[in-house]
Write a protein that binds this ligand. Structure first.
Ligand SMILES: C[S@@+](CC[C@H](N)C(=O)[O-])C[C@H]1O[C@@H](n2cnc3c(N)ncnc32)[C@H](O)[C@@H]1O
Length: 203
C-alpha cells in the first residue's frame, strides 16, 4: 500500500485531534461505549491515532479494541493495548460478524467509496451490532467551507448529509437515529438484518 497524506500528520492528530470533537459528541460517544456488552469488540474505523479507541479504553478497559486505518504514520501513535491493522474501510481484513460495534469519527468523508465501506462495516458487524458515526453535514456554510478545504487538499471529500447517510444504512438493514444534527452530526445505527454476501480474508 502506498503512503498516505496523513502519514506526516500523526503527531499533530495525537496532540490536537480531540479538538474537533465538541463536548456533546464526546458525551454521546461515551454513552455509546458504556452500553456495549462486557468484553465486546469495537472497531475504530479510519481511526488514525486511535482517539476514539483511547476514549473507549478509559471507560471500558474490558473491551477488545481495534483501530483500522491505511496510514502507518497515524497508526504508530495508537496507545498500547489497542490493536491496529493497516487497512482501508472498503476492504476490511476481518471475518464476518467479528465486531459488536464500529465507530467512525471524522473519517467517513475520507473514504473513497462510502457505499462499499458501509457494505464492509455490515459484513464485519454481528447481527444487532451498532455503529457510531461523527461527521460533517456539507450543506450549511461551515460544511461547505470544510468540504472545499478538504477537496483542495486532494481528499475525496465525500461528505454525506445525515438524512442521506441514514438512508444508506437503512438500505443495508439497519435501524438508525440521528442523535445530533447541525454542521456536525452524530448518527447511530443498529444492524437488524444481515445481508448474505461473499467473505473477505481475516486477520
Ligand atoms: C481526519 S482523520 C480522523 C482520525 C480519527 N478517527 C480521529 O478522529 O482522530 C481521517 C482518517 O481517515 C483515514 N482514512 C483515509 N482514507 C481511508 C479509507 N479509505 N479507509 C479508512 N480510513 C481512511 C486517514 O488515514 C485518517 O487517519
Amino acid at each position: 500500500m502506498t503512503g498516505s497524506r496523513f502519514d506526516r500528520l500523526g503527531g499533530l492528530f495525537k496532540r490536537h485531534g480531540h479538538r474537533v470533537y465538541p463536548r456533546w459528541a464526546r458525551d454521546l460517544f461515551s454513552i455509546f461505549v458504556v452500553r456495549l456488552p462486557r468484553g465486546a469488540r469495537l472497531l475504530d474505523l479510519g481511526g488514525g491515532t486511535g482517539l476514539l479507541a483511547g476514549w473507549a479504553k478509559k471507560h471500558r478497559p474490558d473491551l477488545e479494541l481495534w483501530v483500522a486505518d491505511p496510514s502507518d504514520g497515524m497508526l504508530t501513535h495508537v496507545d498500547d493495548g489497542i490493536r491496529t491493522v493497516r487497512a482501508r474501510a472498503e476492504a476490511l481484513p476481518f471475518e464476518d460478524g467479528y465486531f459488536h460495534a464500529v465507530a467512525i469519527g471524522e473519517a467517513l468523508h475520507h473514504f473513497d467509496d462510502v457505499g462499499r465501506a458501509l457494505d464492509e462495516v455490515s459484513r464485519v458487524l454481528e447481527l444487532y451490532g451498532t455503529v457510531w458515526v461523527y461527521d460533517y453535514d456539507p450543506r450549511p456554510l461551515a460544511g461547505r467551507v470544510v468540504r472545499l478545504l478538504e477537496w483542495l487538499w486532494g481528499e475525496p471529500a465525500n461528505f454525506i448529509p445525515p438524512d442521506r447517510l441514514r438512508q444508506m444504512f437503512v438500505e443495508r438493514g439497519y435501524m438508525t437515529g440521528i442523535q445530533a444534527e447541525g454542521f456536525r452530526y452524530v448518527l447511530v445505527a443498529e444492524l437488524r438484518e444481515k445481508a448474505s454476501g461473499k467473505s473477505s480474508p481475516s486477520v
